[in-house]
Write a protein that binds this ligand. Sequence first.
Ligand code: AMP
Length: 222
Amino acid sequence: MIIIMLGAPGTGKGTIAGILAEELKIPQVSTGDIFRKHMKEGTELGKLAESYISKGALVPDDVTVDLIANRMQEKDVQEGIILDGFPRTVKQAEELDKMLEKENKKVDMVINLTTPEEEIIERIVNRRICSNQECKTVYNITLNPPKQEGICDVCGHELITRKDDNVETVKSRLNSYFEQTSPLVEYYENKGNLYSALVSKNVNKLGKDVAQHCLKYIKENF
Ligand code: AMP
């Protein structure tokens, strides 16, 4: 099964993808995580990605498409994959369709997370992530705080704030989303595989609640 997580930054794509991956037993692949790993290791790709990510801009399509094309060849994703943060442009979506078509595969479901714009910035600046790469549990210091401040409940490692989770960069990231990524909602709506879910402090404030709705839908429809 091929699932895409779509949504503005801070809507909970990673958290929900993580829960779905565990329940459905298929890998979650986050382009953002791959770029951050390269940045930490100081590779050429990492340096290139950082020059865009630090400004809140998207990494160019050719780089990102190549990265995913290679990742999609690996053995662990042959039965299914949850793409978290890819595609982010219509060009990337078209390239993904071409890639899948060659293997008689298709995108089965696109989960489109929507959050009122005024809540997004608050969600992002309050986000904390476990520094342990194997864990990466996400917290929100107001909506979903850890039991002990600054420490991950799951593995005990230190919680960190992503470098690009600051007010200035978030504004550019939101612009990139509205200009380049949001046309994908119509792209997938036309293909008939879009499932939209509201993520808001007034309704489904936690990713795990939304993930349960998604799982119910998947069990009933696939
Ligand atoms: P994320 O962890 O998904 O929020 O991604 C962090 C940053 O990585 C984004 O703000 C982009 O700069 C970059 N990025 C991640 N995925 C993509 C993609 N599919 N296309 C272009 N840039 C991306």
